[in-house]
Design a protein around this ligand. Structure first.
Ligand SMILES: Nc1nc2c(c(=O)[nH]1)N[C@H]1C(S)=C(S)[C@@H](COP(=O)(O)OP(=O)(O)OC[C@H]3O[C@@H](n4cnc5c(=O)[nH]c(N)nc54)[C@H](O)[C@@H]3O)O[C@H]1N2
Ligand SMILES: Nc1nc2c(c(=O)[nH]1)N[C@H]1C(S)=C(S)[C@@H](COP(=O)(O)OP(=O)(O)OC[C@H]3O[C@@H](n4cnc5c(=O)[nH]c(N)nc54)[C@H](O)[C@@H]3O)O[C@H]1N2
Ligand code: SF4
Ligand SMILES: [Mo]
Length: 694
């Protein structure tokens, strides 16, 4: 028997934890976290542990398919890879000839490996590259950009060294990033305090020193009151503020009316507790990490929540600090050469983006754009026709509101291609399905993992594909070769790695010992003296010229959330530890452990409706509805009901998941284009539903 340990990276969610895959005779038999990766230290979350079940699942697409019936009808013709790639290349060429390269759009999950996908769009000559982030962290990103001139990921929460961590709309122990979980647990063992602000008692809340059950949609009021206390009681870091914060006077004037007593009426949290929290944080400063949020596509003021969370960190001097929001270093920051960029192979398109990012929406980062607003362009043909769409590892029909409206829009396309390893609603609606090898069966390009101690990471193929599927680089090289993009028509992954690593002098042999290459011996932190920001002034800008120019006041007056109409509930959603978004429900191992979502409902309101714990309830909103099992609890705010996102599948190919639970995004009809004006995130938590005993 041949045994081998292959260092690789998990692909069960967008976190991409370093792993080691144990193989026997070319098959993966066991998965563990990479023991050399700091924070990960051998651990995996339950989804990561279910990775083999993905590879050996019989329900996933097993070879390329071209649509034979109507869109969404599920009639397919099985074709060879050559035929599938020829077909896609011909259609792309036809659309480009008729409408220009800009009429092709793309979306993917962003993250570590998108240098290659972005390069392909550059090669085509289209500006319309998107990630899924307008349905995830865009609001947080834009808050970081306006205050610091930095990307959200340029600030790394140094949980391991923190003395007080605040989780607001962030359920770290269920919406998992393995290293974050381990680092926070280590810090708590060493005495770090945890405060949780949530609308329901999560696993994270159960471990908290302070739990604030907040009225849904009022986090901005909470944060303003914390700032009020820090400033009026002089609990902030004066020296840090004097050196690094621009606009403190404007902030002080702005927060005057937002006292803890005022916030109590909005949030339902006692004024004395808000004051107490501010005092606790000041005592732990600067080793404080107030999480700015992650899945923040929720409210029309979600940007402001993240913005004020960052401001609180700044007032506590924790921005850039060890144990706070440390600056995530790139290779150059620690004196090492960067990777050669694949995007450098082709020039950036000079065309205006269809979604308006960086153009009419000048304050929106053009890099990943705003996917949902690109759909608006597909619908209207304004500013120009968009006729081809490649959904590359993205399932917008599950991940954005109003799938019915989306289907009507997508049906206007001349070409829709899905590159995916599982079935998804989006793949089912496409013209061509190009099946991607699951992560254990493919390798990735090399990627820089920024952090206090940056590293180069890479996914290695742990086994050969079980079915007739291909790696992303193989699909992109195959299309590039057919479209005359010779620089991207790589013959092997080794060629790509060699290109990327050339400036560094490293080779793949350097990844052998740990599965990754550390670019520094130890974490590098900035001192307040050597901290600089990428804003025009080089300081943390409370008032952002970029926002003001767009007609948005940097310090937005608080507007209370709309109260749910009489008898209705706000629809809230989030993750569970056993599933990733919509694509693991059909995974046999994970399905067995969590086959459906349930509806969290407040005990008092459930009693009034005659709904019992474990009983069935109907939920309906905007013409859609479903039946779901009730989870009756004291520990959710009475104004909201909560469900885990990603359920309610109805494809015949998703045998297990089909008909189980309810899809949250289907209850958001009419909400596809509702956008946070500051941050660009789609507004998903401003929908109301009716609930009744079934
Ligand atoms: N209503 C509602 N909408 C939401 C959310 C919500 O809670 N409620 N959550 C939002 C959030 S936070 C996000 S991030 C988005 C997620 O939205 P998506 O990015 O669309 O979510 P996934 O289901 O993770 O991935 C989509 C497809 O990509 C493939 N895939 C998944 N992971 C990988 C991978 O690691 N590698 C490759 N190659 N392919 C992969 C799978 O085949 C899957 O069908 O949805 C957002 N939309
Ligand atoms: N198990 C698992 N882990 C994951 C993922 C996954 O799919 N599954 N996906 C990954 C991805 S892509 C992302 S973006 C992250 C998301 O990580 P998080 O952003 O932490 O995830 P969520 O579970 O969407 O939301 C966190 C909490 O927000 C609460 N919440 C809802 N409304 C409000 C409100 O008005 N105020 C406050 N204070 N709280 C509110 C919810 O009750 C929920 O507990 O998780 C990552 N990790
Ligand atoms: S958090 Fe879990 S599923 Fe996500 S990459 Fe890490 S081990 Fe995999
Ligand atoms: Mo996300």
């Amino acid at each position: 028997m041949t045994r081998e340990n292959v260092y690789s990276m998990c692909g069960m969610c967008s976190v991409r934890c370093p792993i080691v895959a144990e193989t026997e005779n070319g098959r993966v038999v066991r998965l563990q976290g990479n023991p050399h990766a700091p924070g990960v230290a051998g651990s995996l979350c339950p989804r990561g542990a279910a990775g083999m079940a993905l590879s050996y699942d019989v329900n996933r697409p097993k070879g390329p398919l071209i649509r034979a019936g109507e869109r969404g009808q599920g009639k397919w013709r099985e074709v060879s890879w050559d035929e599938a790639l020829d077909h896609v290349a011909e259609k792309l060429a036809a659309v480009t000839a008729a409408h220009g390269a800009k009429s092709v759009m793309w979306s993917d999950r962003g993250g570590a490996f998108n240098d290659l996908t972005k390069a392909f769009m550059r090669g085509l000559g289209s500006p319309n590259y998107h990630t899924h982030d307008s349905a995830c962290g865009r609001n947080v990103h834009h808050a970081a950009l306006s205050l610091f001139g930095l990307d959200r990921k340029d600030l790394a929460l140094d949980l391991k060294n923190a003395r007080h961590v605040v989780l607001q709309t962030r359920n770290i122990f269920e919406s998992v990033n393995v290293a974050e979980v381990n680092n926070l647990l280590d810090a708590m063992d060493a005495g770090c305090k945890l405060s949780v602000v949530d609308i329901r008692a999560t696993v994270s809340a159960s471990k908290a020193d302070n739990f604030f059950l907040i009225r849904p949609g009022t986090d901005y009021a909470f944060n303003l009151a914390v700032i009020n206390v820090l400033l009026t009681q002089d609990l902030y870091d004066n020296a840090f503020a004097a050196r690094h914060i621009d606009g403190l006077d404007a902030l002080a004037a702005f927060i005057e009316p937002y006292t803890p007593v005022w916030a109590e009426a909005e949030t339902g949290i006692a004024a004395a507790r808000i004051v107490d929290l501010a005092e606790q944080l000041a005592a732990a400063a600067p080793q404080v990490a107030w999480h700015p949020g992650w899945m923040s596509a929720r409210y029309r003021d979600s940007f402001q929540v993240a913005h004020t969370a960052y401001i609180i960190n700044a007032l506590l001097g924790s921005v850039g600090a060890k144990g706070g929001l440390a600056i995530a270093n790139c290779a150059a920051d620690v004196g090492r050469p960067e990777l050669a960029e694949l995007t450098a192979l082709y020039p950036k398109s000079r065309e205006k983006r269809a979604d308006g990012a960086g153009g009419d929406l000048a304050h929106i980062d053009a890099g990943p754009g705003l996917f949902h607003l690109a759909l608006k362009a597909v619908a209207s043909g304004v500013p120009y026709p968009v006729k081809a769409y490649i959904a590359f590892r993205h399932d917008p029909l599950m991940a954005y509101p109003d799938p019915g409206e989306q289907r009507r829009i997508l049906d206007k396309l001349d070409l829709m291609v899905a590159v995916t390893f599982t079935w998804s609603d989006t793949a089912w609606f496409s013209d061509v399905v190009l099946p991607l090898s699951p992560y254990l069966e493919r390798e990735s390009i090399v990627s820089l993992k920024k952090g206090p101690r940056p590293s180069f990471v890479v996914r290695r193929r742990a086994m050969q594909p079980v079915h007739d599927t291909r790696a992303d680089w193989e699909i992109i090289s195959g299309l590039s070769g057919r479209l005359g993009l010779d620089k991207l028509a790589f013959k092997s992954i080794e060629d790509i790695w060699a290109y990327q690593l050339a400036p560094s002098g490293l080779s793949m042999a350097d990844f052998a010992a740990a599965g990754m290459v550390f670019l520094a011996g130890a974490p590098h932190y900035r001192t307040p003296e050597n901290l600089a920001f990428k804003t025009p002034s080089g300081k943390i800008e409370i008032v952002s010229a970029r926002l003001e120019k767009a007609g948005l006041s940097s310090l937005a007056p608080y507007r209370p959330p709309q109260a749910p109409p009489e008898g209705e509930f706000r629809l809230a959603f989030g993750r569970a530890v056993l599933h990733t978004q919509g694509h693991t429900v059909d995974n046999p191992v994970l399905f067995a452990r969590m086959p459906e979502n349930v509806l969290w409902i407040n005990a008092g309101r459930a009693a009034a409706l005659g709904i019992e714990n474990g009983g069935l309830a109907t939920i309906s909103g905007k013409g859609r509805g479903g039946v779901i099992r009730a989870f009756v609890t004291e520990f959710i705010h009475p104004e909201a009901v909560f469900m885990v996102h990603g359920f309610g599948h109805d494809l015949p190919v998703e045998e297990r998941a089909r008909g189980r639970g309810v899809a949250d995004n289907a209850l958001m009809n009419g909400g596809l284009f509702a956008t946070d004006p500051y941050g660009g995130g789609v507004v998903m938590q401003e929908h109301f539903v009716r609930v009744a005993k079934a």
